[in-house]
Design a protein around this ligand. Structure first.
Ligand code: ADP
Length: 609
């Protein structure tokens, strides 16, 4: 056990402020160990500080140790076993970092204690055994480890206190006794003897039971361990009364009471009073029992100890009834019922609290698991996406080369055919050739458009500052033929510089301006490019005086291959606006159309600033 005096504590506190990381954390851990032993709430503060430091400086073993200290604190001082278990789990997470096996064993032991208090005996037993295995596997054991082993055997004995496991209990106690003897831990030996006495008592061997108790008593007395001694006095008293030696028994019980009164812890004193009064009442000595019950009542009311008070009220009821004081008996009975009800309510609340805390812990774990699964799914989705993107890239490549190649061959041979066989071909033949050429031209356009479309999201060109005025000018040059042909007027306001993919901005302007001229029946088709800005978005507007778009089709036109007119009237592939939409989406923007059917359309493109 860590013995600390004021000086040591001061030294640790000083060290905990030291600059050497490991030293400071270690000092904080020593402080939390010390305060855990005295069940002082400061243990929590120091362990938490130690944990913070350990995390900050990535000191894994100390992280584990800090979690262990928090687990011990929540178990012993706060009796919050679920939180304690949670810290144990975290401590186990770092178990590979533990340099000493003792620490690991202590985690398992603490898990066991928590399960014991949560009433999960099977789990408690398993964890105690784990801790034992770890400690026993160490060939050379120091004194502290031997005491840990003995304590664990003793704890296992406590778990096995039913009549069926009586002999197993004895085995554990004997093992514990052996280890306590090795380190000459006398009160430990005496505790085991007291427990073995209970074994003999249940086995019906009162003589042997008494022998053990007397041995234990001798040790406790020699050690001046009054707590141990009064327990043994109490057991001897009960044993004697059972054996019919009432006077002697009562005498031991009263000795136990005297000792307890000296130790000064009130509740055990009251329990002692109750034990004596029960023994007296069994002998029909009700008026002698009454003062003991009243003394106990006074103590317990002051200590607000509901469980004990409730059993006391039952004893009082019995006593008053036999003394003929029915009124007092009724009051005691009513009190007993009320206390039971309160206790029941308390138990319910506690159970509710435990369950909800447990539920929270489980929920947290489930969420963490879902997150892990989600991450895994996202990772595999990204992987699949990469595979499919690669396939798409290969497809685009194949489309550009493998499709364009035969297309070029067809076109050039049709041209050769036209030239070389001009005289041999009649008008019908020439007409057919014309159709073939028109078809290949359309196919060529289609392949090019599809290729452009498939490459929008594959483009790895980083966004740069793109001057849209320059883009606009390039597009106008590119469209010079159709502008001249249709006598169109194309103009633009001064446009901004945006962060974008330059080639894609060119495609966007080209398609929108070309459409404004193409889908236009006015004598002087016009397209005007303007823009506005609202801090978050730059919105470009392409206004034309063309044929407009009926309301019902305004969404459809952005879908692939959707065209509103026959090819004979307006040529095209139905891919242009889809391409525009993909480009805008890649730039995290939006595209939409407003139109006054018959009088023109405005295509708006807003791009984030
Ligand atoms: P295409 O490549 O065939 O022109 P788009 O995807 O560019 O195809 O356009 C789809 C349809 O939207 C066109 O067939 C046309 O009917 C309509 N459209 C596009 N732009 C305009 C416009 N400025 N004015 C009127 N209709 C338009």
């Amino acid at each position: 056990m860590l013995v600390a005096n004021k000086k040591k504590i001061e030294a640790w506190k000083k060290e905990s402020r030291s600059k050497h990381n490991g030293d400071a954390t270690r000092a904080l851990l020593k402080l939390s160990t010390f305060y855990n032993q005295t069940r002082d709430k400061s243990a929590f503060t120091y362990a938490t500080k130690a944990l913070e430091r350990a995390i900050r400086y990535d000191e894994k073993e100390m992280m584990a140790e800090a979690h262990l200290h928090l687990a011990v604190y929540f178990c012993r001082t706060r009796t919050d076993y679920v939180t304690s278990l949670n810290h144990c789990k975290k401590a186990l997470h770092f178990q590979s970092a533990f340099k000493t096996k003792r620490l690991l064993a202590e985690v398992f032991k603490t898990i066991g204690v928590n399960f014991y208090y949560l009433g999960e005996i099977q789990n408690a037993q398993e964890n105690y055994k784990n801790a034992l295995d770890i400690l026993l596997s160490n060939k050379v054991k120091n004194k502290e480890e031997i005491k840990d082993i003995a304590d664990l055997y003793y704890n296992l004995a406590i778990l096995n206190r039913s009549a069926e496991t009586n002999s197993l209990r004895k085995e554990y106690l004997e093992a514990a006794q052996k280890y306590y003897q090795q380190i000459d831990f006398k009160t430990g030996v005496a505790r085991c003897l007291d427990g073995i006495a209970v074994y003999y008592f249940y086995a019906g061997d009162q003589k042997k039971s008494l022998e053990q108790l007397l041995k234990a008593l001798k040790i406790f007395e020699a050690q001046k361990d009054r707590e141990g001694a009064y327990l043994v006095y109490n057991n001897i008293g009960t044993l004697k009364i059972q054996a019919g030696k009432f006077e002697e028994g009562i005498d031991y019980l009263k000795r136990s009471l005297r000792l307890r009164s000296e130790v000064g812890n009130p509740v055990p004193i009251a329990i002692s009073h109750i034990n004596i009064s029960n023994a007296l009442m069994d002998q029909q000595l009700f008026s002698e029992a009454l003062p003991h019950l009243k003394a106990a009542e006074k103590i317990l009311k002051k200590a607000k100890s509901k469980i004990e008070l409730s059993s006391l009220m039952l004893a009082l009821t019995r006593c008053y009834k036999h003394l003929g004081n029915f009124e007092a008996a009724l009051v005691a009975q009513t009190n007993h019922l009320k206390l039971r009800e309160d206790l029941h309510k308390y138990e319910l609340e506690k159970a509710y609290h435990d369950t909800s805390t447990r539920f929270d812990v489980e929920l947290m774990e489930k969420n963490a698991m879902i997150d892990r699964l989600k991450n895994f799914e996202i990772a595999s989705y990204i992987h699949r996406l990469e595979v499919s993107n690669n396939e798409l890239r290969q497809f685009a490549h194949a489309a550009s080369h493998d499709l364009k190649e035969p297309l070029r061959t067809i076109t050039s041979f049709v041209n050769l055919l036209e030239k070389h066989c001009e005289k041999k071909i009649d008008d019908t033949g020439r007409e057919y050739l014309h159709y073939i050429l028109a078809g290949t031209k359309r196919l060529d356009r289609l392949v090019k458009d599809l290729l452009n479309l498939s490459q929008i999201n594959l483009s790895e060109t980083p966004f740069t500052d793109v001057d849209l005025n320059v883009i606009y000018k390039e597009v106008v040059v590119n469209l010079a033929a159709i502008i001249g042909e249709k006598n169109a007027q194309v103009r633009s306001d001064k446009l901004p510089v945006v962060s974008a993919d330059k080639t894609q901005m060119f495609q966007l302007f080209l398609n929108l301006i070309a459409n404004g001229i193409k889908y236009n029946e006015s004598a002087t088709p016009s397209v005007h490019v303007s823009y506005s800005e609202d801090g978050a978005f730059t919105t470009l507007s392409f206004t034309d005086n063309g044929i407009g778009i009926p309301e019902t089709y305004r969404h459809k036109i952005f879908e692939i291959f959707q065209r509103l007119h026959p090819r004979e009237k307006y040529s095209g592939t139905g891919i242009g606006l889809t391409l525009c939409q993909r480009i805008v989406e890649r730039h995290r923007g939006k595209i939409w159309v407003e139109s006054n059917h018959g009088k023109g359309s405005v295509f708006h493109v807003s791009l984030p600033v």
